[in-house]
Design a protein around this ligand. Sequence first.
Ligand code: KIV
Length: 255
Amino acid sequence: MNERILAFQAACDRGERIAVLTAYDYPMARLLDEAGVDVLLVGDSLGMVVLGYPDTTLVTMDEMLHHTRAVARGAQRPLILADLPSGSTETPELTVANSQRLIEAGAHAVKLEGGASHAAHIAALAAAGIPVMAHIGMQPQQVHVEGGYRIKGKTAEQSAALLADADAVEKAGAFGLLLELVVPAVAKEITDRARIPTIGIGSGADCDGQVLVLHDVIGLFPWFKPKFATQRADVASEIRRAATEFIRDVKARIH
Ligand code: KIV
């Protein structure tokens, strides 16, 4: 088990809440490391907030590797968790091979979208010694299959499926569980039951940690603002202001 995973588990055992933010490049990784974030997620959300794709399904392994390397160059202390993108987990064998590439690029662990359906993939990763966090609830890579981004756990049937997913991935050897857009009461029930930490996004306050897309927190993607994310800075406005001043001064021959 690598030392970052051990530190992550020790913090959870001490009852500390885990702060996770996405990072996709060197300066952001370095700044967030300096700020003291516990985990940097090289999320496939980079497809939307960095690369301008309409959703995460178009993100490739090569893009994930490129951004994981940049984050690894910038971060010294946090656990670096890299997403397995759409199409990279077709079989357990392919999942292990692609995860190994992400680890070689500098990730300490990988994140995989899927619950009970991916227990064999998670077991294969655990057997290969690759730490894996399972991402259940709303799975953005399924956006076309599901016809949108929907909250999970609204019905008794959905809640039971989520609890079964959580049990299955824990049993298969996942070291953590990401819960996206899960009804808060169900996220709490999963958190109370699971022996591995839960990290929530849009799933209420009772998970063991919280993750957000950095751009939502610092206001760097002003064209879409998820309701559950508190924006704590307005970087987009600062960029527009600085660029506008620069353009004005160049045109006026001031510089
Ligand atoms: O890709 C990502 O950034 C994620 C978060 C939204 C949890 O998976």
